[in-house]
Design a protein around this ligand. Structure first.
Ligand SMILES: Cc1cc2nc3c(=O)[nH]c(=O)nc-3n(C[C@H](O)[C@H](O)[C@H](O)COP(=O)(O)OP(=O)(O)OC[C@H]3O[C@@H](n4cnc5c(N)ncnc54)[C@H](O)[C@@H]3O)c2cc1C
Length: 369
């Protein structure tokens, strides 16, 4: 097979990059190992205001707006509640969103190969595997949109994510109720070491999850999630059904990687480490970095100059993450419930609440290159 660009991975980053390149008139093949885009979802799907403002996501894929955030100490008592005057978050129905994005991609001319795994490089070609066996692809460039543990990054000799959290959640529909849609966050290192346990209740679905450093969960991620699920806040009067959708995966939090391009291709999304080190939000960064990637690849294909890809440089972007990386190191130091409880003493003060509002309701987004 031949293509101008071979994109590996049909998450949001791969779908966006492939679509933009096809819209520029390039021949794009998108290979995804999952047999369907609606299964094995790895994200809660919370989109922040800046993304909703700047990207035209299909409205019928988005849940109700969320303005309330409640922050809980390990005791779950005396939550700090913050309310924004603006709609801050919306949780997407990710299965519908991926389906809609795939339809847009195919309409633009992208060839999508599902159930097709990238298996490496061989004699100047890229090797894919589907259920019928190996397929050799000749492509001018390859895009690694294959997630936090990118094999494309390894094969192109680019930087790889080393600083990872792991997260898992349960998702289930809930009966309609009159409480305002709320994002509940619990800071308890015995449940979510180095990050948060969360409940998002937007009045349509509940997402109950934990994330943290894999080696620091006292009894593993699954047990922590079970423990949290039994006592999760924000679900008063709502019982957990026996059947729930389970999601999970690694989250790179070491900041954008420095070397994310070579003359043969580049990385986008989690593969490039494009995730906020503090909030672990990666949906806004993956869309913004994909736009930049498509622009650089378009220029390289039109000019025939592969050295154009040197302009796609993570080191410059990484410098703008210094503050967030410092805050991530701070959060990683909250290692015991008493330290988390002490942090709430600060959080309850006016400067503490101001800082929390800046992080949760601020205008910062992934830096534009
Ligand atoms: C539990 C959890 C909750 C999260 N919640 C949020 C949130 O609410 N908001 C937010 O902003 N961020 C969230 N994140 C982070 C966010 O989901 C990611 O940053 C974002 O989805 C990354 O998109 P991506 O396209 O780069 O990667 P992915 O969505 O991981 O897509 C990579 C794709 O590549 C495919 N792939 C991998 N290897 C191969 C291969 N060899 N061959 C072919 N295909 C391959 C995979 O199957 C996958 O479909 C969350 C992460 C986790 C783990």
């Amino acid at each position: 097979m031949n293509a101008d660009v071979l994109v590996i991975g049909a998450g949001l980053a791969g779908l966006r990059t492939a679509t933009l390149l096809a819209e520029c008139g390039h021949d794009v093949l998108l290979a995804e190992r999952r047999p369907t885009l609606t299964g094995a979802i790895r994200t809660t799907g919370i989109f922040v205001r800046r993304t909703l403002d700047d990207f035209a996501l299909p409205p019928d894929c988005l849940g109700p707006p969320i303005r309330h955030v409640a922050l809980y100490p390990p005791t779950l008592r005396r939550a700090v509640t913050l309310v924004s005057a603006r709609d801050e978050y919306r949780v997407a129905d990710m299965a519908s969103l991926y389906t809609a994005a795939a339809r847009t991609a195919t309409d633009a001319g992208v060839r999508i190969a599902l159930g097709t795994r990238y298996a490496g490089r061989q004699s100047g070609a890229f090797l894919l595997m589907d259920r019928n066996g190996p397929i050799s692809v000749q492509a001018r460039f390859v895009v690694g949109a294959d997630g936090a543990r990118s094999q494309v990054a390894r094969d192109l000799g680019l930087d790889r994510n080393r600083h990872l959290l792991v997260g898992g959640e349960e998702v289930f529909p809930i009966p309609r109720h009159d409480e305002p849609p709320t994002f509940h966050c619990v800071i308890d290192p015995s449940l979510a070491p180095g990050y948060l346990a969360w409940v998002v209740n937007d009045g349509q679905h509940a997402h109950v999850g934990v994330a943290g450093y894999a080696c620091r969960f006292p009894d593993g991620l699954r047990r922590a999630l079970d423990r949290f699920s039994n006592a999760a806040p924000g679900l008063h009067g709502i019982s957990r059904p026996d059947e729930v959708e389970r999601r999970g995966g690694p989250i790179p939090v070491g900041g954008v990687l420095r070397r994310i391009s070579s003359v043969d291709g580049l990385l986008v999304g989690d593969a490039a480490g494009a995730v906020s080190p503090l909030t672990a939000g990666g949906l806004d960064p993956c869309l913004r970095l994909s736009d930049h990637a498509a622009e650089v690849l378009d220029e390289a294909l039109r000019s025939g100059r592969a050295d154009t890809l040197a302009r796609y440089n993570g080191a410059a972007l990484r410098r703008r993450f210094r503050g967030r990386l410092a805050l991530r190191r701070g959060l990683a130091q909250v290692r015991t419930p008493p330290v988390a409880t002490a942090a709430f003493t600060l959080l309850r003060t006016p400067p503490g609440r101001y800082a929390a509002r800046r992080i949760l309701f601020g205008d910062a987004s992934f830096p534009s290159p």
